[in-house]
Design a protein around this ligand. Structure first.
Ligand code: AOF
Ligand code: ZN
Length: 365
């Protein structure tokens, strides 16, 4: 007999597990499933890279015959549709589980409560909403794409103690230390796409990949807002475009400008995808990215791109890495600093990474 404390404990474990494949399962969410009997975990799995197989079928396969009479803990409602794989609800019924505990119901219109109904109709006991707030956080990217038809947007800024993002015309300046940088690379690994403005691409020549040992294959798609297609073919982004995709976003009018048309061709020859979607219409761009299955977007600057996303009301979370050092004169001022944040965001968490302090703010609604 499992009580509320056990349900919370096993769901917490499942929610930790599902984070493992964040950024790897697009367009699917990363879901985790535990098969538990008499307090023992008999099977555990997370949605496979690429999105299939789903978590439940793998966890059930691991538990085998022992799944009969067990409890399944699933972070998202089991699917009920015949998509690229048969319904997980059917697999749970066939395996003879006695009880299914779910954190979040699935807004996918092919599922939306049907998974739970199928289980209930088969006589399986159901518990939903277990650790739902934590579940919604773990599934935020997927839930945002499903319900708002756009990716979940995180702004990441590194700000010096005197409120600067960098120094004018000097390329990349170290504002935060190695531990914070490691955290940013973890974030990149968990994110489907990363975006910067052309100003930052030209000034910093960043690569925007995840370079943590062992996680290099988890680099996000890299996007540059580049209305006039100024991304140099010699930039690190263009030079690595065949290994990790790069998308340059330009305007439809650019197709009628012969100079831009030539740059368009040159970039494409380097393997850069040119997407025509007005970079000033961020809502349209985000809708296009969501249609491609991108559920999470990390905006890494510069000041102008950050402002545009905030002005368009398209930011879900702000990660402010506060460095200990100062930049001094010629600094590029951050659009906001700790203590003077945009309206509508509340501080959720702080963490210390070496001499740096990370503050995580979340949109209030
Ligand atoms: C589950 N377990 O591990 C995941 C689920 O294209 P398909 O057939 O793979 O279906 C994608 C949908 O499956 C997705 O939109 C979401 O509703 C669900 N994801 N469901 O039972 C899982 N990843
Ligand atoms: Zn499924």
């Amino acid at each position: 007999m499992s009580g509320v404390a056990d349900d919370n404990r096993f769901m917490a474990a499942a929610l930790r597990l599902c984070r493992r494949n964040l950024g790897l399962t697009a367009t699917n969410p990363s879901v985790a499933c535990l098969i538990v009997k008499d307090g023992v975990i008999l099977g555990s799995a997370v949605t496979a890279p690429g999105g299939r197989p789903h978590a439940e079928t793998q966890a059930l396969a691991e538990a085998g015959e022992a799944a009969r009479g067990a409890t399944a803990y699933v972070t998202l409602e089991p699917c009920s549709h015949h998509g690229k794989t048969p319904p997980c609800a059917d697999a749970l019924i066939a395996a003879g589980v006695a009880r299914v505990v779910v954190s979040v119901t699935d807004p996918d219109e092919r599922v939306a409560g049907r998974g739970l109904s199928m289980l209930r109709d088969a006589g399986i006991a159901i518990e939903t909403g277990v650790l739902e707030a934590e579940g919604r956080e773990a599934l935020a990217a997927y839930l945002t794409r499903q319900t708002k038809k756009r990716p979940y947007v995180t702004l990441k800024l590194a700000v010096s103690a005197d409120g600067m993002l960098g120094r004018l015309g000097t390329g990349q300046v170290a504002i935060t230390g190695p531990v914070s940088r490691g955290q940013v690379h973890v974030l990149r690994a968990e994110t489907d796409a990363i975006l910067i403005g052309i100003g930052t691409a030209l000034a910093d020549d960043p690569e925007l990949t995840c370079r943590l040992p062992g996680l290099e294959a988890r680099s996000p798609v890299r996007i540059v807002l580049d209305p006039r297609l100024e991304l140099p073919v010699a930039s690190k982004l263009a030079r690595t475009a065949r290994e990790v995709p790069v998308i340059a976003v330009t305007t439809k009018e650019s197709a009628h400008d012969p100079a831009l048309a030539a740059r368009h061709e040159t970039l494409e020859a380097e393997g850069v995808e040119v997407l025509t979607c007005d970079p000033r219409r961020l809502d349209a761009l985000l809708a296009a990215l969501a249609t491609r299955g991108i559920s999470s977007l990390l905006v890494e600057g510069g000041a102008r791109a950050v402002r545009s996303f905030l002005d368009a009301g398209l930011v879900d979370r702000i990660l402010l890495f506060n460095g200990a050092g100062t930049i001094g004169k010629d600094g590029v001022a951050s659009p906001f600093v700790s203590g003077r944040m945009p309206d509508g965001f509340s501080l959720r968490r702080t963490a210390h990474y070496g001499a740096d302090c990370l503050q995580e703010y979340e949109r209030d609604d």
